[in-house]
Write a protein that binds this ligand. Sequence first.
Ligand code: BES
Ligand code: ZN
Ligand code: ZN
Length: 468
Amino acid sequence: MTYKHIKKINTNKDFIVPCFKEHLDPLKNLVSSKTLDFEGEFSTSQLFFGPKGNRIYAVGLGEEKHALKLGEPFRKLCFDHQNHWNKSIQIDAENLTLDQIKKAAIGFEMATYQIGQFKSKKEDDTVLSIEFATSKDISALLHECKATGDTINRIKTLIDAPANQKTPNFLGNWASESSEKNHFKCTVLNKEQLEKKGFGAVLAVGQGSINPPVVIVMEYFAKPGAKVDIGLVGKGITFDTGGLSIKPSANLHYMKSDMGGAAVVLGVMELVAKLKLNINIVGVVASAENAVGSNSFRPGDVISSYSGKTIEIIDTDAEGRLVLADGLSYIIEQFQPKQLIDLATLTGSVVQTLGYSAAGMFTNNVDMAKTLTTIGNEINERVWPLPLFADFEDDLHSDIADLRNFSGKPIAGAITAAKFLEAFTNSHEKWMHLDIAGVSFGDSPYSKMKSASGYGVQLITNYIKTLI
Ligand code: BES
Ligand code: ZN
Ligand code: ZN
């Protein structure tokens, strides 16, 4: 898709009329038909034909309560009808706010996502021009929407990619290519370098796989010499079998998506660089494949970590917290970021707790929590607070090592995982952990099986904008 700003609709060509419920006058002025089988209900649409045989789509935007999901009707319309559009389509955007135009444009871009990348017969991918008609100046906004939608689609492609293609090394190459294209620095630490530097936890998780682990370090400094405003750390497990504490086979194929946190970090770094935001930011992705093999780490093993702390492994399926522990210690030691956010598809427990409706948010910093909650509500990428009570510290106790990776109890799994991470944050006062297991990947009206949602890229990018 390309996006263009036009001043006025050419009523002889195809166009879209967005309509709020019970506000159908703009539509009545544009279509000759006296009766409308259309009330503006949310995400409904109706096709009329104009005097020149041109297509006129009425799109329902519903009521105030639908405001945060306003991109959805445009995404659905475009997904269902774009095959009938010839080169371009106009949209009457005079009655839309800038925020609504942004949601619409990102919705259009998301409609172009092609999940069938690996089918031998490819879908038609002709580039359409979407022309927004408004008297407002929206050229810069449209550029931002294109960049955002494009990066969201790119990270969805990554999350939906099969694990035989998407190795840790593949993620490293993805990051390197993105860094060259968008002008930021990227270093991919390979297995030998991880051994030399002491990434004991990442190495332990990855040791059962033929695909060696990597740690990706991305640096975007718009203000050279100044402090790092924010550090991001992502869980990049390219496939989670559970390791020797093996998972049941039902739905195991979905564990290709266990790098959803990493994907958000990769996407945010790319988008921040594309938008040339005036910020200093570092992204670290700790990536490994948690495989079953003769060299896999075992329950009962004691492993080392970048922090120097030793960890007793109770369950090899609690691997995300291990790779994140090294990522967190590394970013703090090397970059001292003023704020620190990690993202991970960390626990089944958060899905039990919050379902597919919100990410679990863990932080002791009230300001960060407030700001992120507000931003999440605005764009329908919600977060919901869960506690970091000291009560759970006993669950990390090991008799033989500094701490253990699992309490062994079937309770409060998302919280104990967060408490484990906290032990590697050096008591950072502006640290936040987001457990995105329920929101990163799931059911979608646009695929028959579960697929990537694109959650997180806008949430974190918009948060970063508040730090400028
Ligand atoms: N990758 C999983 C968490 C997960 C579950 C993500 C469902 C997406 C959907 C994680 O590594 C894991 O296996 N967690 C275990 C931890 C337990 C063994 C302590 C869990 O939550 O059951
Ligand atoms: Zn696991
Ligand atoms: Zn996992």
